[in-house]
Design a protein around this ligand. Structure first.
Ligand code: AMP
Length: 546
């Protein structure tokens, strides 16, 4: 089994059916295979070295899929540049991996200027930009129809995945063909299981960036003969319209996008009732949002967990588990599910295994784990580490008695306050039980007395949106506080009821929304930067030693 085989077998089985479409063009399975084979041969003919790194600066589009597949089956190493992060970050990544080629879309903001100065020997534009640069169409037209491609080792690299950190030298996690094929298998067996057959043909709507979590569905949908529709940077309203318009059956979103969808009324959300799978991943999703999504969007929820260093899905909380979580076993909704076949996860304190129920670092082995970072031999600043074939993930969590895995946060986010270890996620989960709080982020800020002090940011719905029962329940709200908005005073007071002394935030701050990374996850570092100057003039709990 190889990725080239997946593309060719799909062409043989599903030939003229539509495989991929964006607003401007579409390709059948046969056309896609023909095109990616020609491009793979054409890149080599243009001088891209076998195994060479190729930077790719493309929005979600048919071109992004065909370039990904062509580079992969041609034996090149794809380095995706996120169109949203801008020239400075693209340059930092290119400095680190020194690609021999750049494929860019002149329509991306800043891409034309960036390409003109890029230190690469091969420049390829996705569409003609009147500069005489080679284009994908030109390269495909000049290449033979059925080129013989060289055989690739399963452990050959197919990509470097750079994380979106803004300081230091960016780190490129290596991904192999075997990693991608392991993901394909686990996606089909665990995430998509039981959802591909239905009254209508499966249609995956790529609403998030295909260079991140949405891209994990490219191979599974090819293998299954499903159509893929690419939206670029769609707003929630556009996503609703697209799912209705293209009869979408599957999509995958980060939790922040699902939270924005939940702001729509039930009538608008009916467009999503047709989904046979709504996957979420990439960050924790508040249990209350899972409940709302289940009831108001679709019960067909699937959560998975993974990271660029170990390709998702490592664990899955499937549709049946969500149903069980709603009906009888709500604890599992706060989990990331159970490990997929072949994924070995244990929990350690340093190199020592901790028992079930104890918090430790997730240490991962199996075919999903990548071979490490680009240039790892010469770098001393790489956080997540690979030791003895196992990935020390930097994520903390525990295995519950029922075998479900729970995350408590990243080790670098753990707060040490007054000598106690506090995991931001448990404080956040407690704050989310306060009626009206819609999301919470808890950070540790430097403090001369506590070492770090716990500070919380939250977003809240207007009290006008709370149910009458929630508003009048004296257990839940202070009847003397008549402010139509949930106030910081009240959240701080309520936090005392839901958290033990040493885990309580010293101050809480209401924000209109949380800053997000380019991948749509909550940017915790940016929240901490916002909170630092606010904490002196805000609602602050009286100091009390636990
Ligand atoms: P990235 O490498 O950018 O894909 O980010 C991976 C990190 O996102 C993981 O190490 C986790 O900290 C977090 N993450 C991924 N999936 C989940 C999930 N389902 N629930 C909670 N956190 C997640």
């Amino acid at each position: 089994m190889s990725i080239a085989n997946v593309v060719r077998t799909a062409a043989e089985r599903f030939g003229a059916d539509l495989a991929v479409a964006d607003g401007a063009r579409s390709l059948s399975f046969a056309e896609l295979s023909d095109r990616v084979h020609r491009l793979a041969a054409g890149f080599a003919a243009r001088g891209v070295a076998p195994g060479g790194a190729v930077s790719v600066l493309l929005p979600n589009s048919v071109a992004s899929i065909e370039v990904d597949l062509a580079l992969t089956i041609g034996g090149f190493v794809r380095v995706a540049l996120n169109p949203r992060v801008g020239q400075r970050d693209w340059a930092r990544i290119m400095d680190d991996c020194r690609p021999c080629a750049l494929v860019y879309d002149p329509g991306v903001d800043g891409a034309r200027e960036f390409a003109a100065a890029a230190p690469v020997s091969v420049l390829i534009a996705a569409v003609d930009d009147d500069t005489g640069t080679a284009t994908l169409d030109g390269i495909a037209a000049a290449a033979p129809a059925r080129p013989r491609l060289r055989e690739l080792e399963p452990n050959a690299l197919c990509a470097l995945h750079y994380s979106s950190g803004t300081t230091g030298v960016p780190k490129g996690a290596k991904r192999t063909h075997a990693n991608r094929l392991a993901s394909l298998r686990a996606m089909l067996d665990h995430v998509l299981a039981g959802t591909l057959d239905g009254p209508e043909p499966p249609v995956f709507v790529h609403a998030g960036p295909v260079i991140h979590t949405s891209g994990l569905f490219v191979l599974p949908f090819l293998a299954a003969g499903g159509k893929q529709v690419l939206l670029d940077h769609a707003r929630p309203a556009e996503l609703l319209a697209a799912v209705a318009g293209c009869r979408g059956t599957h999509t995958a979103l980060v939790p922040t996008v699902i939270a924005r969808l939940l702001e729509f009324g039930d009538a608008e959300l009916t467009a999503l009732r047709r989904l046979r799978m709504l996957a979420y991943a990439g960050a924790p999703m508040p249990v209350e949002h899972i409940r709302q999504a289940y009831h108001r969007i679709t019960p067909n929820l699937v959560q998975y967990y993974g990271m660029v260093e170990a390709i998702p899905p490592l664990t899955v909380l499937g549709i049946a588990a969500h149903r069980r979580g709603m009906d009888e076993d709500s604890e599992i909704l706060a989990s990331v599910g159970r490990p997929c076949a072949g994924v070995d996860i244990d929990f350690r304190d340093g190199d020592v295994a901790v028992s079930d129920g104890q918090i430790g670092e997730l240490v991962i082995a199996g075919p999903a784990v990548g071979p490490g970072y680009h240039d790892a031999g010469t770098r001393t600043d790489l956080g997540k580490s690979h030791r003895g074939g196992r990935l020390h993930s930097g994520d903390l969590g525990f295995r519950a008695a029922d075998g479900y895995l729970h995350l408590t946060g990243r080790s670098k986010d753990m707060i040490i306050t007054g000598g106690y270890n506090v995991y931001p996620r448990e404080v956040e989960q407690a704050l989310l039980t306060i009626p009206g709080v819609t999301d919470a982020v808890v950070v540790g800020l430097a403090d001369p007395v506590w070492g770090q002090r716990i500070v919380a940011a939250y977003t809240a719905e207007s009290r006008a949106d709370l149910t009458e029962a929630e508003l009048t329940d004296p257990e839940l709200t202070d009847p003397e506080l008549t402010d139509p908005e949930l106030t910081e005073v009240e959240v701080l007071r309520r936090s005392r009821e839901v958290l033990p002394d040493y885990k309580r935030p010293k101050s809480v701050h209401r924000l209109p929304a949380f800053p997000l990374t380019a991948l749509g996850k909550v940017d915790r570092a940016a929240v901490a930067r916002m909170l630092a100057p606010l904490t002196s003039r805000s609602v602050v709990a009286a100091p009390s030693r636990a």
